[in-house]
Every structure is written in C-alpha cells, then in structure tokens.
Design a protein around this ligand. Structure first.
Ligand SMILES: Nc1ncnc2c1ncn2[C@@H]1O[C@H](COP(=O)(O)OP(=O)(O)OP(=O)(O)O)[C@@H](O)[C@H]1O
Ligand SMILES: [Mg+2]
Length: 235
C-alpha cells in the first residue's frame, strides 16, 4: 500500500477528560492507527469505549491530550482553531447520530447551509442542494422541513449536507441508532456507493449490520485499542 493512501495516522494518541483532576477520565490511551483512502473503517466497541472521542479527534472537532494525529502529512494537534475549522469545512463531512438539522429550514436550506453565501448565490446553493437530494432519492422533499420527514429521510438530508462541499472524508457517529432497518439498508447502499467513488469513510458503531461492508474494523474497549480486523472479503 502506497504511503499516499494513508489518510489519517495517529501516534500515541490519548484523550483525557478533566486531566489531573479527581474526575479525570482516560477516554483514549495510546492509540496507534492508520486509516486508508477509499476504505470503510469501522470503530467498534461497547458504550464508553471511546468511539465518539476518537471520531471527534479525527474530525478535528477536539484536540488530543497527548500524541499526534496526521491528516495526510499535516499534524492536526498543532494547528490553530481557524485552520482546524477550515479543514472540517473543506475535507470532512459529518453525519451526526441525531442528524443535527435546523428545524425551521427546508431540506435544501439545511443541505446548502455549509455553502458560503459570498461564494454561491441562492440559485446556485439551491441547485447544488437539490441535485444532491435528488441523488439520495429525496427529490420530492426539497422544500419539506425536518419535522415533515421520517427519520431515514432526515438522515439522508444530513448525508446530503455532509457531502455538499465534496469532502474526501465522511465520518458518521452511530449512524444506525435513529433509523429503521429499511433506512439502514439504504444507508449502506449510499456508503458503499461513495466508497466506490473513492471516499474515505469512518463509522463508529456497535451495529453488526455494517461489519460485512467494512474494509477494516478497529475494536476499542475502555479507551484501549484491543485489535484491528482486516477484511479481505467485503460486500
Ligand atoms: N465531554 C466529556 N467529559 C467527560 N467525560 C467524557 C466526555 N465525553 C466522553 N466522556 C467519557 O469518556 C469515555 C468515552 O466516551 P465516548 O463518548 O467516546 O464513548 P463511546 O464509545 O462513543 O460510547 P457510546 O457507545 O455510548 O456512544 C466515557 O467514559 C465517557 O463517560
Ligand atoms: Mg459514542
């Protein structure tokens, strides 16, 4: 595997909440992993094992207590807040567990939200958002608000919002916990299709339904990396 195929690399990555206080929690300890381009990587482990913490660190939302994270050759932990925000906007799309949609905005307005109005006028923003919603099977829902949509539909709106800036990386935290079995099936189709197009996908989940579709599964327990399972045969 060419070194350029490594998207994320962590070295001795640790995250302690409330460090050096009686209520200190070692959420992640000495994590050394590589995440490769065009693969589906699953972060697995029981509740409290550190999945969301690791996703926040990889996604440049939070900073490590110790250790390093490289996104390509750039070390994230030394960058300014502004640089991290730029990386989040340009390179990473997030799908949140509870979708994080803005209630009073329509589907297309939610999807277009990350597009900067100075760069794109309203017509362009609506056009791009509508095209993405169409691609995700929501062409008839572009003017609906989140409360007028099912859980699975709301999630597809949140996927479209995650994709609107053409990120190279898609990160999803527990994406199956708020949708039904049919919507999960649909989500897997969307994710495997994105992988075919070369997207790097990271999913935190303890839902076994994703496992056959993963290239690699990273197993965490109580903040420790237990093992890494390589999948030779995936669907
Ligand atoms: N902001 C925080 N402040 C203090 N402790 C936290 C914070 N966030 C998480 N923790 C603790 O860190 C540990 C790891 O939490 P994390 O949310 O990363 O686990 P998880 O694997 O995502 O769990 P779940 O499957 O329940 O979502 C847990 O013990 C949790 O209580
Ligand atoms: Mg979590």
């Amino acid at each position: 595997m060419n070194i350029n195929n490594i998207v994320f690399k962590t070295e001795g990555l640790s995250k302690y909440y409330n460090p050096n206080r009686p209520e200190e929690i070692k959420a992640l300890m000495d994590i050394n992993i590589e995440i490769k381009r065009g693969q589906i990587t699953i972060l697995s482990g029981p509740s409290g094992s550190g999945k969301t913490t690791l996703i926040s660190l990889l996604g440049a939302i939070d900073r490590p207590t110790e250790g390093k994270i490289f996104l390509h050759d750039e070390e994230l932990s030394v960058l300014s807040d502004e640089s991290l925000a730029l990386i989040r906007r340009k390179k990473i799309g997030f799908i949140f567990q509870d979708f994080n949609l803005i209630p009073r905005l329509s589907a297309w307005e939610n999807v277009a939200y990350p597009l900067i109005p100075i760069v794109y006028n309203e017509k362009e923003r609506k056009g791009r958002a509508a095209a993405l919603l169409e691609r995700l099977g929501l062409g008839k829902r572009i003017n609906h608000t989140p409360e007028e949509m099912s859980g699975g539909e709301q999630q597809r709106v949140s996927i479209a919002r995650a994709l609107i800036n053409n990120p190279e990386i898609l990160i999803a935290d527990e994406p199956s916990s708020n949708i039904d079995a049919k919507a999960i099936e649909n989500l897997i189709l969307i994710l495997t299709d994105l992988r075919k197009k070369g997207m790097t996908i990271i999913i935190s989940t303890h839902d076994e339904v994703f496992y056959p579709h993963a290239d690699i599964k990273i197993n965490l327990k109580e903040g420790i990396l237990i093992d890494i399972e390589q999948r030779m045969q995936r669907t």
